[in-house]
Design a protein around this ligand. Sequence first.
Ligand SMILES: O=C[C@H](O)[C@H](O)COP(=O)(O)O
Ligand SMILES: C=C(OP(=O)(O)O)C(=O)O
Length: 362
Amino acid sequence: MHIARTIASRITATQPLMSPADLRAEIPLPASVADRVEHARHTIARVLRGEEDRLVVVAGPCSVHDPVAALAYAEKLAAVAARFAGSLQIVMRVYVEKPRTRLGWKGLVSDPLLDGSEDLPAGLRAARRTMIDVLGTGLPVGCEFLDPAVARYLSDVVSWGSVGARTVQSQPHRQLTSGLPMPVGFKNSTGGNVADSIDAIVAAGRGHAFPGLSDDGRGAVLRTAGNPDCHVVLRGGSDGPNYDPVHVARAVHQLRAADLPPALFVDASHGNCGKDHERQSKVVEDLALRIADGENGIAGVMIESFLAEGRQDLSPGQNHRLTFGQSVTDACVGWERTEHLIELLADAVSTRRSAYDLAMAG
Ligand SMILES: O=C[C@H](O)[C@H](O)COP(=O)(O)O
Ligand SMILES: C=C(OP(=O)(O)O)C(=O)O
């Protein structure tokens, strides 16, 4: 009697949820694409260690709200990825969980019908199916890991992960990352602090023991090995952008001082574009010039991009009127602009490679 009153007073309902193993059995990762997941993980890790001169490009919508539009985008991006495979390792952003500053739609996993019905089992199914469909186009998948429990349902299909600016200081996220099987980027915090990401990389690099979910969906102590493939993602902050050469050099110096590989990703969106999608182009153009010039440290670039540029508001009851392929969270660059920016980055890598080859030959 006392127990019921003191424990459950603010939990209004509980609902059964399939286990991670059940979801994997229901929506298995086809053997034909499992190699793709692994191969991209290795490539990204090699780029971060400086063992490959390609550049990683993580491109895609701020969030997936319509799996059909996400797949239409994936088909276009896969063609571009194949075209520039010699210079770029392209990964598609398939972001199915959204961290909110205050309130708002929390992503496909939380609310797949976009109407506040919060059908999480359907959301997990839709997210996993979408990721596997994207893999089927030839692209590896990247996402933000937000809820540690959700990661247990999806991480086997993901090649690159992110811990976001709002959770980089969170111990549960660092512990989660220590057991993830792919390279993970820690964003700088929303205030612009890069030291938080470096603390996170060090913490996630070690093994931990923490409470979590077993494969069969029961409470379990998870013991992890530590993740050696973590890195910083410079995304700008409330103190301004941080993609310029001085901020990059300072972050690389901080990495070296912590005995970490001197390589990071730059996010052209968020604090680096002041959430103005058009300014992402300026950021990428600037990065491309600097990469072509041989600037060290930049291993990857993130672009928030979708079929249609800009963004739109969700409006429950009116969602059938949404513009196809346009973001319902942060504004994105449109498809044509995306293709152009990716081409600039591929050219930059080729220029850098030719200059290096020439220097070696001379
Ligand atoms: O990447 C997306 C957003 O920047 C992030 O989810 C925060 O969004 P909000 O400030 O609109 O809640
Ligand atoms: C939420 C995101 O980024 P950040 O954590 O940098 O705000 C994102 O990349 O979708």
